[in-house]
Unconditional design. Structure first.
Length: 165
């Protein structure tokens, strides 16, 4: 009977380690690059972390952008930010991170801080993403978030598990 308990515990530890390794891979492939792209205003890097058939849903505007339409919109936004010499930083706090095989679903709060005239202003929103592992690399397949003008704030951000970058 002890062998059964030992093997069960070993299997649970192995499963937890595998899950943790995949979250580290997701952080490396998606979230670290997402933060870097926002900081460097790098549209190419930002578009690379999304699948070719990505769906971007903004619930408040009831707008759905798919694939190249979304990636083209990103290029426009990043070009505008570059021309404005915008300085910004985005951070993520996770409430739920579920992964199985080559699929993952994550929910959390983002904090976008923009710096202008020596002042910092932060905006918050809730995000939901579906991730896919394609050819060994995690990518965003579906991205949805709320309008940053919602009643989401720093206290909500602090409640989740903040990603260290």
């Amino acid at each position: 009977m002890r062998i059964v308990y030992f093997l069960s515990a070993l299997l649970l530890c192995h499963s937890a380690l595998a899950q943790n390794n995949e979250q580290e891979a997701i952080n490396k492939d998606v979230w670290n690059n997402f933060m870097q792209a926002y900081q460097d205003l790098d549209a190419s890097l930002f578009n690379q972390i999304h699948t070719d058939d990505v769906m971007r849903l903004t619930l408040d505007n009831k707008r759905l952008l798919v694939g190249q339409d979304y990636k083209d919109r990103n290029l426009e936004n990043f070009n505008r930010w570059n021309s404005q010499r915008l300085q910004q930083r985005i951070e993520f706090s996770f409430y739920d991170r579920i992964q199985k095989g080559n699929a993952a679903y994550e929910v959390g709060i983002y904090k976008l801080t923009r710096y202008q005239g020596g002042k910092a202003r932060s905006f918050y929103g809730k995000f939901n993403v579906v991730l896919r592992k394609i050819k060994g690399i995690w990518k965003i397949q579906m991205d949805s978030d709320t309008n940053p003008n919602d009643s989401i704030g720093e206290s909500d951000f602090q409640k989740g598990k903040i990603l260290e970058y």
